[in-house]
Design a protein around this ligand. Structure first.
Ligand code: GDD
Ligand code: MN
Length: 363
């Protein structure tokens, strides 16, 4: 049996036409159930579903009153579904139900672990009228998730997988909008097939994808990068933050001198400001697992580590220039190697000492 999970939030007008299209596409060949997971819309969704139940349509409604969010709703639907195949689609008819039989065929014929209704394979596309901004937004979102997922259309909300693949997933986290990326990272989806679809614009109601959801998406990506790439991901964040600290140093150095400070104290102050600047995102982002620890001791340890890192930087630079003739002729390369050594030192110092996980926190 196929379970079709439809997350809904204020989609009352779409319920009847969507279900009509699903029935036409599937009956009588496919045995299916529809599980709608509604986040307390109170817009008459329940009345529509009851009407369909009276007609004998195999549809159920789960209303969540204490939680909200698309991914959480999908997870709940997957957990309550009874079928062997789990399919997720939007309620607003952006995803054509007519593609479901082909997706099922792709699953069975290829023994696929995941089938995606895809906009970005040959034959797929989006309805005209996507302005430049929406297109660009979608492209950037796709591109940011490329290293995480083999799916071309990794932002899709139309996908199908066998229950066994879903059940083997570990630590599924209901954050944000993109359940597909979460699943393709955390469930064993080795064989992926993408079936082309035409993504239609909604006719009724409004999109719920707002700015907040887009910020949550970035946080979601960060967590998945940490999950998949561990220390490498955190080191990347540490370096990006460090690079921003370089800019802070230079700007502060110039500004403080304009304000009348002498060059030497201005530079010392600028370094300290950059350390403080770097501390904040490293506490809340790179090493977010310890962000609830007391801030002051953490800050002091961070400053001490950076000072030690600066000494490492200085020493490496000094010996390279003293000992290696090539570096004495290329002193800026020696400085770069010194900076690299200092950064690596700072990173491992931060991980092992500044933002150390408590014994209980290490799982
Ligand atoms: N239960 C529940 N709770 N459902 C929600 C929530 C929520 O908080 N937010 C959105 N939904 C439901 C909507 O009712 C709709 O059925 C579906 O999730 C998609 O929401 P839209 O608001 O229509 O989002 P969209 O069209 O901008 O985004 C869709 O297309 C994107 C690709 O352009 C989604 O499918 C995305 O996953 C997809 O990336
Ligand atoms: Mn939509």
């Amino acid at each position: 049996m196929l379970s079709i999970i439809v997350p809904t939030f204020r989609e009352a007008e779409n319920i009847l036409p969507l279900v009509r299209r699903i029935r036409t596409a599937l009956e009588p060949a496919v045995e299916y159930e529809i599980v709608m997971v509604d986040d307390n819309s109170r817009d008459g969704t329940d009345v529509r579903v009851e009407e369909l139940q009276r007609e004998g349509v195999p549809v159920r409604l789960i209303v969540r009153t204490t939680e909200r969010g698309l991914s959480g709703a999908i997870l709940r639907g997957f957990r309550e579904a009874r079928g062997d195949w789990l399919l997720c689609m939007d309620a607003d008819m952006s995803h054509p139900p007519e593609a479901i039989p082909e997706m099922l065929r792709a699953l069975q014929e290829n023994l696929a672990d995941l089938v995606v209704g895809s906009r970005y394979v040959k034959g797929g596309g989006v309805e005209k009228g996507w302005g430049f901004y929406r297109w660009l937004n979608s492209q950037v979102a796709l591109w940011l998730a490329r290293p995480l997922s083999p799916v071309r259309d990794n932002g899709a909300g139309f996908f199908l997988l066998p229950r066994r693949v879903f059940e083997q997933g570990r630590d599924l986290n209901p954050i944000g909008y993109k359940m597909l990326i979460e699943i393709s990272v955390k469930c064993p989806c080795h064989k992926v097939v993408e079936v082309p679809i035409q993504f239609a614009d909604r006719k009724f109601g409004q999109s719920k994808l707002n700015f907040r959801e887009q910020m949550l998406y970035l946080l979601h990506l960060k967590r998945l990068y940490d999950y998949k790439f561990g220390r490498v991901s955190r080191f990347g964040q540490f370096c990006a933050i460090g690079a921003s600290g370089v800019v802070v140093t230079l700007v502060a150095y110039a500004t403080l001198q304009k304000l009348g400070l002498l060059r030497e104290p201005a530079y010392a102050l600028a370094i300290w400001m950059a350390m403080t600047w770097n501390f904040v995102p490293n506490r809340y982002l790179t090493f977010d697992l310890t962000a609830h620890h007391p801030v002051l001791p953490q800050y002091l340890r961070f400053v001490l580590t950076c000072l030690a890192g600066a000494m490492v930087n200085w020493t490496v630079n000094y010996f390279l220039i003293q000992q290696v003739p090539w570096f004495s002729r290329h002193i800026y390369w020696a400085a770069l190697v010194g900076i690299g050594a200092g950064t690596v030192f700072n990173f491992f110092g931060s991980q092992a000492w500044v933002f150390r996980l408590g014994r209980q926190e290490k799982k």
